[in-house]
Design a protein around this ligand. Structure first.
Ligand code: ADP
Length: 428
């Protein structure tokens, strides 16, 4: 009896334990089901995400067979998922098989990013892609395949190629232009050499011609004058006028030749720079102009003039031309000219220069003629009251530029002119 009751109690305990285990198992089954549902949900989310992705994503097994092919892969490559899954990667053309094998091997070892590859779509059209991969392994760590993600970079590639083409075209153009420029430069320096030598020749010719012409002209003028003096009483009025005109023409011609000679000499003569008193140079010029000054009653005044380092034989020519013009192109009153000088710093070179000015009360120069008057043979008034050959200012300009300076004029028609020229001060 006692034995029976002990047995019953043991059985009841065991039953209790069994019930507890069943309840635990039921609990476990319940939790497993929940986990499975969560897993299924995650899987669903993952698939939705992959399908919604704008990036073409495919999953390949270790041999390269397609296991998964998302929607973006369908639009990118043209093959539908059901055509691609189960087969070998359809986007790899025959000539890219070796490259694909290499990528496959590397992708199974570790992630790859941004590899640029070329593939063909189902319709045969080419496509440029940027490929990134990630290997997939099972819970035991065994690699079971890999995911490949493709970004269509055809537009960027096209733009890059276009840029490359433009760049090459630009380089080609630059090369062409540089060579054209070089050729033009070579031609130019050849021309300038030829020009220089022809200029030298011309200068020599002008010098020789004017030098050789002087003597016969002088003889003509002198003989005509003597003839006139000796036979004046025997000549009728008309013949005397012809002969006087001929003498005038010969004198004009002589002056012209003298001017030309002076001009050509300024280009050929060696410069001799030394301590030069500009006041003495002005005295020389005024001495040469003495008869003109006397005839016209011109008054020439001056400020204190400097000593500078320049060619002493050239400075009187400049003063003589400028003051000669101031007297020649005078207005209604008696001619007046004033010479002054002041020291300045040349803004271009930073060196000290003497700026001379010759101011007159003459007829003035219209603004549009301010530059042309320095060209040879350029005259604003000709013959009659204002004789000349249009060589004086061109000679001044040439001398001054050879001495390292420049010349300009400030004037207003009818209100007189101021000619400014500067020369390097040197080591006065
Ligand atoms: P030329 O005196 O022989 O005519 P220049 O070369 O000395 O030649 O001068 C050129 C021209 O510039 C002159 O014909 C004249 O028209 C003008 N010119 C020069 N200096 C003056 C001046 N001081 N006043 C007015 N015009 C001038």
């Amino acid at each position: 009896m006692e034995k029976d009751s002990q047995l019953n109690s043991d059985l009841a305990d065991e039953l209790d334990v069994a019930r507890k285990r069943i309840s635990q198992l039921e609990d476990l089954v319940g939790r497993c089901a929940a986990t499975e549902e969560t897993l299924l949900q995650s899987n669903e989310i993952l698939h939705t995400l992959i399908d919604a992705s704008p990036v073409a994503v495919i999953n390949l097994d270790p041999q390269g067979r397609v296991l998964m092919w998302n929607k973006a892969a369908e639009t990118t490559f043209g093959w539908q998922a059901n055509e691609a899954i189960g087969s070998f990667n359809p986007i790899v053309p025959e000539d890219r098989k070796v490259e694909f094998e290499k990528i496959r091997e590397l992708a199974m070892q570790g992630p790859l990013t941004g590899i640029e590859i070329k593939r063909r779509k189902k319709d045969g059209s080419p496509i440029d892609l940027s490929l990134s991969t990630a290997a997939i392994s099972d819970p035991k760590g065994v690699i079971t395949g890999y995911i490949a993600m493709f970004l269509d970079i055809s537009a960027r590639k096209k733009a890059e190629e276009e840029l490359e083409r433009s760049h090459s075209r630009l380089e080609e153009l630059v090369r062409e232009r540089t060579s054209e420029l070089r050729q033009a430069n070579e031609k130019l320096s050849k021309y300038s050499e030829e020009l220089e030598s022809s200029n030298r020749g011309l200068e020599q010719f002008a010098y020789m011609a004017s030098h050789d012409l002087q003597a016969p002209l002088l003889a003509i003028a002198t003989n005509l004058k003597m003839f006139l003096r000796r036979y004046r009483e025997k000549l009728d009025e008309g013949t005397e006028k012809f002969l006087s005109d001929a003498v005038d023409s010969a004198i004009r011609m002589q002056n012209f030749i003298r001017g030309l000679l002076a001009y050509s000499r300024t280009g050929t003569r060696e410069l001799e720079l030394k301590r030069t008193d500009s006041a003495l140079a002005l005295d020389t010029a005024l001495g040469n102009l003495a008869s003109m000054i006397k005839e016209t009653g011109a008054v020439i005044t001056r400020d204190k003039l400097p000593v500078l380092h320049t060619d002493p034989s050239q400075l009187p020519h400049i003063f003589q031309n400028l003051i000669g013009n101031a007297i020649k192109f005078h207005g209604n009153g008696p001619p007046r000219a004033h010479v002054s000088a002041n020291k300045q710093t040349d803004p271009g070179t930073g060196k000290k220069v003497w700026v001379f000015s010759v101011k007159d009360n003459g007829i003035g120069i219209p603004p549009e003629a301010k530059d042309v008057i320095f060209d040879i043979f350029k005259r604003l008034k000709s013959g009659g009251r204002y004789p000349g050959a249009g060589i004086g200012l061109a000679t001044c300009k040439r001398i001054i530029e050879r001495l390292g300076g420049s010349i300009r004029v400030e004037s207003e028609a009818g209100k007189g002119s101021v000619f400014y020229f500067h020369l390097p001060a040197g080591d006065e």
